[in-house]
Design a protein around this ligand. Structure first.
Ligand code: OAD
Length: 237
């Protein structure tokens, strides 16, 4: 029998219990840094050293973090369902928990690319993206073409190259599950609207969610507990 499709849209909240800071909660990253300095293309052109430092810190933090029970529960859904994870997270905790189909909408911390040719202005080629693991990048670290390396991250002011793939995954879903995102950043925040007319949408988040749609069931819990509840709902279907 063909497996039902579950598309899981995740945000920083799914990694919170792994000790990775979210962005907009109290003491979140955007309380301590200015987005326009560290996560925008203008910030990069203005002061790349500050941007590199910010992502070097994120990479070091990721090295010491482990997937939590929510990442593992999402991966385990693959036993019975055809699962696609669409994540806004740049960490690799879904991969490390065992999920196999992952669309990283906002890029990946452990990858880099040359700053020329691989940006909005000069074009973009996945072929020039490569793994750097958990190493720092410094000014003067160059790609094979001689250009400065930059983090493989989608910054504010840049296009989101994987949005079409994400829309496709949401529109084909039999069930949409959203975990730990404040739904503040577009285009990711609007993805749920591409779910089918009768597709159930579950949202796991301990806080209020800024969306109101008859298809939505809000599981008001942290990700680990919320995933237990979600899996029980699937069992009782
Ligand atoms: P936010 O920090 O905006 O939102 C995190 C969400 O997770 C909030 O709704 C919290 O209530 C929820 N949350 C906190 N702890 C949780 C837990 N233990 N379990 C479940 N949920 C929890 O993060 P995102 O929505 O992911 O983009 O942010 C979206 C984008 O904004 C990021 O990808 C990043 C940022 O600017 C870029 O840098 C391009």
């Amino acid at each position: 029998m063909k497996k039902k499709k579950i598309t899981v849209l995740t945000g920083a909240g799914v990694s919170a219990e792994s000790g990775i800071s979210t962005f907009r909660d109290s003491n979140g990253l955007w309380e301590n840094y200015r987005v326009e300095d560290v996560a925008s293309i203008e910030g990069w052109y203005r002061n790349p050293a500050v941007v590199l430092d910010f992502y070097n810190q994120r990479r070091r933090q990721l090295k010491d973090a482990q997937p939590n029970a929510a990442h593992r529960a999402i991966a385990s859904l693959e036993q019975d369902y055809d699962v696609t994870v669409v994540t806004q997270n740049v960490d690799n905790l879904h991969e490390r928990a065992g999920s196999t189909k992952i669309i990283h909408l906002h890029g990946e911390l452990t990858k880099v690319r040359p700053e020329d040719r691989c940006n909005e202005r000069d074009g973009f080629s996945e072929a020039e993206v490569f793994d750097i693991g958990y190493d720092d990048i410094s000014l003067g670290d160059l790609a094979p073409d001689g250009a400065q390396l930059r983090p493989h991250i989608v910054w504010f002011g840049e296009a989101v190259p994987k949005i079409e793939q994400a829309i496709d995954a949401v529109s084909r879903a039999d069930i949409l599950l959203i975990v730990g995102t404040s739904l503040q950043v577009y285009p990711a925040a609007g993805l749920y609207r591409y779910a089918g007319y009768d597709t159930p949408i579950y949202i796991i988040d301990p806080k209020d969610v800024p969306v109101n749609d008859r298809r939505i069931v809000h599981i008001r819990e942290v990700a680990t507990k919320g995933m237990e509840i979600f899996k029980n709902i699937l069992k009782s279907e």
